[in-house]
Design a protein around this ligand. Structure first.
Ligand code: ATP
Ligand code: MG
Length: 450
């Protein structure tokens, strides 16, 4: 078997072997190399104890020392080296963390989740070690638990999500006995920490077609368990332009967002989550969902916080959802376009347009005429290029100026006047000069402020 690891990995393995230790490439790296896929991280396993590894390598980070894992810096890369062990960090929280070392690589492979993840490449012989038939399952494109699937899932329920995630990443199917065990044990996932769930969920979102992984989660009852708000979208009918109910539309919208843009993918998946609770009907008995973007933004904030997404991601995604319902027409005035830019924020425009494209794709699962959107984008670009004031910080006066010139003491009045000035400038950019703004501000104070 031929594997071409980076120089750093070769050096590490040579050094281990030179000191009479074993050195294997394990896990995802072997799987991906055999598939001819890009290998993301090269993980090594050895019978050397963590203390030995620390001694042999000067540049190490003790990342997970109690699980026997250290990160070695070598040849410009970072590689995890883990001492063979029987079980470890993958246990649920009820059991004390305990790690038992072993000198037998086969035992180490046996504690892993799926056959295709339990192969090792022996650096001393250049041979593949495959005690559980991983290679055959790779060839058949099958995800199969090692040993008794039920038992393995009960040891660590995260494996349920890992099975779905890896199947959708590789476009594999899940072997029937393993699938049955997933169905029977789906409820165990409530025991797993939100962070671990989120990390797997992210990987499903990054696949070429997240709708397929999400559909499997749905069939297993995991959408109902993890994202009941999304489950509630099932069967919710949409107006005539749409081909699908809200649930299916959400999944296909997610497909329509760029794979490398997590925030837009999340926003696309959840953009219509506010529809079930705001559902009503118009006079012609068509479904309508007033203010679903506002309700939906609040609900998405709940979901994302629950899944422990960073605040920055939560804010971004909810903002995109709150802003997703604009209907541009050529008749919009320049002032209306400037108001739109102000409401969305310059830095979010690009993503909001990506969300709109995703939303449109999800309507009937096909791209739609891109021209109207492009027209709107051009118009915005032209207005932006004109360098008009579009936010408070672009105004020719600031709060300090107002306080000084109008003898205002700090407080609400300053904010109210600044908002008024920006509104005026959005209507008429020519007003954005210091003296004109101060005159406007004085008049506003006399006429409108008590
Ligand atoms: P990725 O491409 O996402 O890195 P991976 O299979 O390498 O996929 P990792 O989380 O990096 O996944 O784990 C490395 C290896 O550790 C896996 O291939 C598997 O052998 C083992 N492993 C990881 N998580 C578990 C788990 N929950 N239960 C059992 N074995 C696991
Ligand atoms: Mg990996």
């Amino acid at each position: 078997m031929k594997i071409r690891p980076p120089d750093g990995v070769k050096k590490i393995s040579r050094r281990l072997i030179a000191h009479d230790f074993q050195a294997f490439l394990v896990g995802g790296a072997v799987r991906d190399a055999l598939l001819g896929r890009e290998v993301k991280d090269y993980d090594l396993a050895t019978d050397a104890s963590p203390a030995d590894v620390l001694r042999l390598f000067p540049r190490v980070i003790p990342t997970g020392l109690k699980h026997g894992t250290v990160t070695i810096l070598e040849g410009g890369g970072q590689y995890e080296v883990t001492t063979f062990r029987l079980e470890g960090e993958y246990q649920d929280r009820r059991r004390p963390e305990s790690v038992t070392w072993t000198s037998d690589i086969v035992e180490d492979l046996g504690r892993r989740d799926f056959t295709i993840n339990a192969m090792a490449y022996d650096f001393s012989t250049n041979e593949l070690l495959d005690p559980f038939g991983g290679k055959a399952d790779l060839d058949r494109k099958i995800i199969r638990a090692i040993g008794d699937a039920e038992e393995r899932l009960r040891e660590d329920a995260l494996r349920i999500l890992r099975a779905v995630r890896i199947a959708s990443q590789l476009e594999f199917s899940i072997e029937p006995a393993t699938y049955k065990a997933l169905e029977a044990n789906a409820g165990l996932l409530t025991r797993i920490s939100s962070e671990r769930v989120r990390d797997e969920f992210n990987k499903i979102l990054e696949t070429g077609e997240p709708s397929s992984g999400l559909a499997v989660l749905g069939r297993l009852g995991l959408i109902a368990l993890l994202l009941p708000e999304l489950e509630a979208c099932r069967g919710v009918a949409q107006p005539a332009l749409h081909c699908f109910d809200v649930f299916t539309h959400s999944l296909y919208s997610c497909d329509g967002a760029p794979a490398d843009n997590r925030e837009v993918r999340l926003a696309a998946l959840f953009h219509d989550i506010g529809k079930p609770p705001t559902r009503s009907a118009n006079q012609r008995d068509e479904p309508c969902f007033y203010s679903h973007e506002k309700t939906g933004a609040l609900m998405a904030r709940d979901i994302l916080t629950r899944l422990r997404y960073p605040g920055r991601v939560v804010d971004k995604v909810t903002h995109l959802i709150r802003c997703h319902m604009w209907m541009y027409e050529e008749t919009w005035t320049d002032a209306a376009v400037r108001r739109f830019v102000r409401r969305v924020g310059r830095e979010h425009l690009h993503d909001l347009f990506l969300l709109r494209r995703a939303d449109q794709y999800g309507m009937c699962r096909r791209p739609i005429d891109p021209l109207p959107l492009i027209e709107f984008e051009r118009r915005i670009d032209a207005l932006l290029a004109a360098a008009h004031a579009l936010s408070l910080k672009d105004l020719a006066v600031n709060g300090d100026d107002l306080m000084r010139e109008l003898r205002l003491s700090e407080g609400e009045a300053v904010g109210v006047i600044l908002d008024f000035l920006l509104e005026s400038v959005l209507d008429d950019p020519a007003l954005n000069e210091r003296e004109r703004l101060l005159t406007l501000a004085r008049r506003f104070r006399e006429e409108r402020l008590p």
